[in-house]
Design a binder for this molecule. Structure first.
Ligand code: AKG
Ligand code: FE2
Length: 131
C-alpha cells in the first residue's frame, strides 16, 4: 500500500468487506519484517460475520485477534481449528480455516486484529543424480 493510499485510508472507520454491519479502522500496515496489517474492528449490536476465509495471493495468512470488548451476548468467534484460542485471544489461519462471528447482541464488540503473511517454504531442490 502506498503512503498516499495509507493516509487516505487509515485511522477512520470504513464499512467492513462482508457488508454485514461491522466497521474497521486500519491502524498500521507495512512490509517489514513481514507483510502485516492491524485493524480495530467494531461490531455494533445486530452485526455478524458469515462463514468465510480470507485468502492471500501467496504465502500463509496468520491472524491474531484480541477481543478488547466482548458483547453482552453473542459475538462468538467460530473457527474449527484455531492455532491458539482463549475467550479473549484468537490465533488462527484465516486463509485456511473458515471462520465466522455470531450475531452481536445487547451491545457492541471490539477487536484488535493483527495479520501477517509468511512466505511458503521453498521446496528442497530436486536431486541431480538421476535418482
Ligand atoms: O472479529 C473476529 O473475531 C473475526 C473477524 C475476521 O473475520 C477476521 O479477523 O478475519
Ligand atoms: Fe475473516
Amino acid at each position: 500500500m502506498s503512503w498516499r493510499t495509507f493516509l487516505a485510508t487509515a485511522w477512520r472507520w470504513q464499512r467492513g468487506r462482508q457488508g454485514t454491519g461491522y466497521d474497521k479502522m486500519l491502524l498500521l500496515t507495512g512490509r517489514w519484517p513481514l507483510p502485516f496489517d492491524s485493524y480495530l474492528i467494531r461490531y455494533p449490536a445486530g452485526s455478524a460475520i458469515p462463514p468465510h476465509t480470507d485468502p492471500v495471493q501467496a504465502g500463509r495468512h496468520y491472524r491474531l485477534n484480541l477481543v478488547l470488548k466482548a458483547s453482552p451476548r453473542g459475538g462468538e468467534f467460530v473457527c474449527a481449528t484455531p492455532i491458539f484460542e482463549t475467550a479473549r485471544i484468537k490465533l488462527f489461519r484465516p486463509d485456511a480455516c473458515e471462520h465466522s462471528v455470531t450475531r452481536v447482541e445487547g451491545g457492541s464488540r471490539y477487536v484488535l486484529s493483527i495479520g501477517w503473511v509468511r512466505r511458503d517454504p521453498v521446496p528442497p531442490p530436486q536431486g541431480l543424480d538421476g535418482g
